[in-house]
Design a protein. Structure first.
Length: 116
């Protein structure tokens, strides 16, 4: 069994992984990035060259990539406006900085509790 090195995961007595602070990461609730259908197609075209995808239709490979993207918090859009995407990236940088600050504060608070 693999032990995860992250602070937000621990293993209980029955060898089950418990994610303790995943709400801090907003998994599945916030958009981490955007890709277009053209990006998805290009990724699928490259993946289709792998031997394990020899008999899998391109549409199914694309749907799998779209599913994986959604799982990672990446939105798949038909087209991407550069101005709109620039605004998205600026907002995303602000959100990431706030999350990093919250994480550092949580770590500092934990260290203070342990040190006392």
């Amino acid at each position: 069994m693999q032990i995860l090195p992250h602070e937000w995961a621990k293993i209980n007595q029955s060898d089950t992984i418990i994610f303790t602070d995943l709400e801090m990461f907003n998994t599945g609730r916030e958009c981490a990035g955007k890709v277009t259908l053209r990006h998805i197609y290009e990724i699928a075209r490259i993946k289709s060259q792998d031997p394990c995808f020899d008999y899998i239709p391109m549409e199914r490979i694309c749907k799998g990539i779209i599913g994986a993207a959604h799982t990672c918090g990446i939105d798949v859009v038909r087209d991407l406006d550069p101005v709109e995407y620039g605004a998205f990236l600026e907002e995303r940088c602000r959100i990431v900085e706030e999350q990093e600050t919250e994480l550092q504060e949580a770590k500092a608070a934990k260290l203070l509790r342990v040190a006392v």
